[in-house]
Write a new protein. Structure first.
Length: 245
């Protein structure tokens, strides 16, 4: 939605677009379906510790609901009304695995392609990115594939990246998850602090990046990547930047 809003404004079709995501899908049918898929955590004895992205003991995501809406506008329109921008949408990319109705492609190559194309569209090098707001669902395969793809895309720059998953704190809000990650990233830029990945007690050896465990960390975030990978291999990556003077 944010990338489409950007395209609409750059095309001259609008000055302002209200864009975001919402989902209120916790119904018996949806809950049962996700449970039968094995996608949900069964850590019912300690629900506050159930969402554990990148942790070796993760066992699925926590189903959430929510809504996030952002006002996207041209720089000229924002200046004319005296608005203070939180971030710039610098570019992005979409790919599709076209592999399975729910599972991602086991190679992670199409998520990797989305990241590379997003950086290229934003004219941004891997060494310019400070923070990645990860998809990070706490499912076994997703976290490993995302970590592997980040390693491949960022190469030597991966070791200095800050990466975290808001889903550790709010669960997976499905259709609202990507918009939430964009909002979290905007606030990280505003506040000079990267949110943590909570419940990361025992890192998975195959997830070997800096996931900002347990506690938020002070950091200047000027350029960030937001990953949103949907069921069936729907990959969206946005490159966001701190507002320029």
């Amino acid at each position: 939605a944010l990338l489409e809003a950007r395209r609409t404004i750059l095309a001259g079709d609008a000055d302002v677009v209200v864009a975001g995501g919402t989902d209120a899908a916790i119904t018996p049918v949806m809950f049962t379906g996700l449970s039968n898929m094995g996608a949900l955590s069964t850590r019912n004895d300690a629900p506050e510790r159930a969402s554990r992205p990148f942790d070796a003991e993760r066992d699925g995501f926590v189903f959430g609901e929510g809504a996030v809406v952002l006002v996207v506008e041209s720089a000229e329109h924002a200046a004319a009304r005296g608005a203070r921008p939180y971030m710039e949408i610098r570019g992005g990319a979409l790919t599709s695995d076209a592999f399975h109705v729910s599972a991602p492609h086991p190679s992670g190559e199409h998520a990797e392609t989305a990241m590379r194309r997003a950086l290229a569209a934003a004219h941004t090098g891997p060494d310019e990115v400070d923070y990645v707001c990860a998809h990070g669902t706490a499912t076994r395969i997703n976290d490993r594939l995302e970590s592997r793809a980040l390693r491949s895309v960022f190469g030597g720059a991966a070791d200095r990246l800050l990466v975290s998953s808001p889903k550790s704190m709010v669960g997976h809000m499905i259709g609202a998850a990507g918009a939430l990650s964009a909002m979290v990233t905007a606030l990280a830029m505003r506040d000079g602090a990267v949110p943590p990945t909570i419940n990361l007690d025992t890192p998975d050896p195959e997830c070997d990046l800096d996931y900002v465990p347990h506690t938020a960390r002070k950091a200047d975030v000027t350029t960030a990547l937001v990953n949103a990978f949907g069921f069936g291999g729907q990959n969206v990556v946005a490159v966001l930047g701190a507002p320029r003077d």
